[in-house]
Design a protein around this ligand. Structure first.
Ligand SMILES: Cc1cc2nc3c(=O)[nH]c(=O)nc-3n(C[C@H](O)[C@H](O)[C@H](O)COP(=O)(O)OP(=O)(O)OC[C@H]3O[C@@H](n4cnc5c(N)ncnc54)[C@H](O)[C@@H]3O)c2cc1C
Length: 530
């Protein structure tokens, strides 16, 4: 049977994008593509929602993506805003005390603690409501075949063992660290060699427990512990296990309660889940092979010390969704090559930072831990604040000269005050300080920009002029433009800055560069037929 032949009796479907896996990455990607009207099928091996927490926290950039999807408010009941993060040593002396920004640069609190089943149920409700998205649960994907044509064939098996085929223009493997799609994308796993075994114990609180730390790292060389709240009325204790620990024995509730006795009693809470995890760090060398792409844990895994694994997967989804949408609309397929070019260095930076942080937090050597404690306590006494961790700007790919996230602050029009994205939208934007800055853009480039959905947002930041449509209510943009010594920015649909311009001529050049990079290819491929 040829790769594209259909087994007799197999169900089938044809779509723009097939997504394998409905974890947070797959659901976010399906929602983003569905909101753009793309036909999507999500194939998930489990028959229902997973319904157990894994990730504990997300950041303001993720919340900005939920805002784009119109579900930010719905996420809130499953979250707690986290004010800070404390490290203590085995003697309960504070080593580090970080305060999170509120709001962060994306306009939302910089750290949310969350109950993941709530997040997933909100995303599931959203994608189920989108007319062009279908989620098929109980479908285990076995293989992905691509030939030289315009599509790719995904073969799945349902719970009864029947075959199901999806023909798609692109397939995105969002099937997690042990997923199957990666093997069809080629490439190898670049393994950082980081292996740590952790015992993760989740509790549902029966009552308020005063003094229960909400986000604390106990850097005790005898047994490093992470204590985090995981959304309203849920709490997690994670213990780093010795490699020799008996992993079957430690999960027994009788063994768990003594470990948490300093903080919780069985009257305070119910133990709802105990799991052993091996935290690993690896990144695939090939995120795209023609029509096969990888996102989320399928492409990269990192230890959770920075709470950035799921967040990075949702970033992948945001980066990929608009590129897939444009390519499907006839813009150059090479746009998809910018995905790995942009995302891989970003993920590598965060992964390496997470490993570095984890090694400091979880030292088992008592002499080294004592040295660490002395240094950190001395720094605190000297009032030395640790540098805020900033993730790198995107580079390579479709970035002209900047690549950082465009900030989001409160802005006003004549009729309303709201967060920037609510007013400006989240497509391509030229954001300018005054209308005269736009005057140099060639007419043809302006038309091409409008054709990709581009809009202009005009502030009056440095000089008042009559009728400035948007005012910088919270001063976020006045400060940002001044700090970057620019008068205009071109912002991409994922909120990252394509380029900054210091004057009208530079903006005209940027617009030309963008329009050339995304110019539609002359003959558009036909749409798939159902
Ligand atoms: C203890 C712990 C704490 C963490 N804390 C944080 C945190 O605070 N913040 C954070 O951002 N991240 C955190 N992470 C990481 C985060 O959980 C992962 O990065 C995230 O879940 C990855 O999402 P994903 O959608 O890419 O993959 P997954 O969540 O693994 O989803 C993959 C999906 O694909 C499905 N699938 C697999 N194979 C197939 C197949 N062949 N056919 C069909 N479907 C398939 C699976 O059933 C699953 O539903 C933590 C992880 C752990 C373990």
């Amino acid at each position: 049977m040829s790769a594209f032949a259909q087994p007799p009796g197999a169900g089938r479907k044809a779509v723009d994008v097939a997504i394998v896996g409905s974890g947070p990455t797959g659901m976010a990607l399906a929602a983003l593509l569905g909101c753009q009207g793309r036909s999507v099928v999500v194939l998930e091996r489990y028959t229902g929602l997973y319904n157990l927490p894994r990730a504990a926290a997300f950041d303001d950039e993720t919340m900005r993506t939920f805002q784009k999807l119109g579900v930010a408010e719905k996420m809130l009941p499953g979250t707690n805003v986290q004010r800070g993060y404390v490290w203590v040593n085995g003697d309960d002396e504070v080593l580090l005390d970080i305060e999170f920004d509120n709001p962060g640069r994306c306009g939302w609190p910089a750290q949310y603690m969350m109950y993941q089943p709530h997040l997933e149920s909100v995303l599931d409700e959203l994608i189920t409501s989108l007319p062009t998205v279908e989620i098929r649960r109980g479908m285990t994907v076995e293989s992905v075949d691509q030939q030289d044509g315009d599509d790719v064939l995904v073969r799945a098996t349902d719970v009864e063992g029947s075959a199901y085929l999806v023909r798609a223009r692109y397939v995105v493997g969002c099937d997690g660290g042990n997923g199957v799609v990666r093997q069809f994308a080629g490439g190898e796993l670049d393994d950082y060699g980081f292996f740590e075994n952790w015992l993760v114990c989740d509790f549902q609180l029966n009552r308020d427990v005063p003094d229960l730390p909400t986000f604390r790292q106990v850097c005790d060389p005898a047994e490093p512990i992470a204590i985090v709240n995981i959304g309203p009325r849920f709490h997690r204790f994670s213990f780093r296990l010795e490699s020799a620990a008996n992993r079957e024995e430690v999960v027994h509730p009788d063994k768990v309660w003594p470990r948490v006795a300093t903080y919780l009693t069985p009257e305070d809470a119910e133990l709802v889940r105990v799991a052993n995890y091996t935290f690993r760090s690896c990144i695939t060398t090939q995120w795209r092979h023609r029509r096969i792409l990888l996102a989320g844990d399928a492409a990269h895994q990192m230890p959770p010390f920075l709470a950035q694994g799921m967040v990075s997967g949702i970033r992948d989804a945001r980066n990929l969704a608009w590129k897939l949408d444009m390519v499907l609309a006839g813009h150059p397929d090479s746009l998809l090559d910018t995905y790995q070019a942009e995302r891989e260095p970003h993920v590598r930076y965060i992964t390496e930072k997470a490993i570095e942080l984890g090694r400091v937090q979880t030292m088992r050597d008592t002499a080294l831990a004592a040295q660490r404690d002395a240094q950190m306590i001395a720094a605190r006494k000297a009032n030395q604040k640790p540098d805020k961790l900033r993730y790198p700007a995107l580079s390579g790919g479709l970035i002209a000269n900047h690549g950082d996230m465009f900030p989001q602050g409160l802005v006003s029009t004549s009729s309303t005050t709201a967060l920037f994205d609510e007013i400006a939208g989240t497509g391509w934007l030229v954001v300018a300080d005054g209308p005269q800055v736009l005057s140099g853009i060639a007419e043809g480039d302006r038309t091409a920009f409008t054709e990709i959905g581009g809009k202009e947002v005009i502030f009056g930041l440095t000089s008042m002029f009559d009728g400035a449509p948007v005012s910088d209510t919270a001063g976020v943009y006045t400060r940002w433009f001044a700090a970057h010594e620019c008068v205009a920015a071109i912002v991409r649909p994922d909120g990252y800055v394509f380029g900054l311009a210091r004057d009208a001529a530079e903006l005209a050049g940027l617009a030309k560069e963008l329009v050339a990079a995304v110019a539609p290819v002359p003959s558009r491929p036909p749409a798939p037929t159902a």
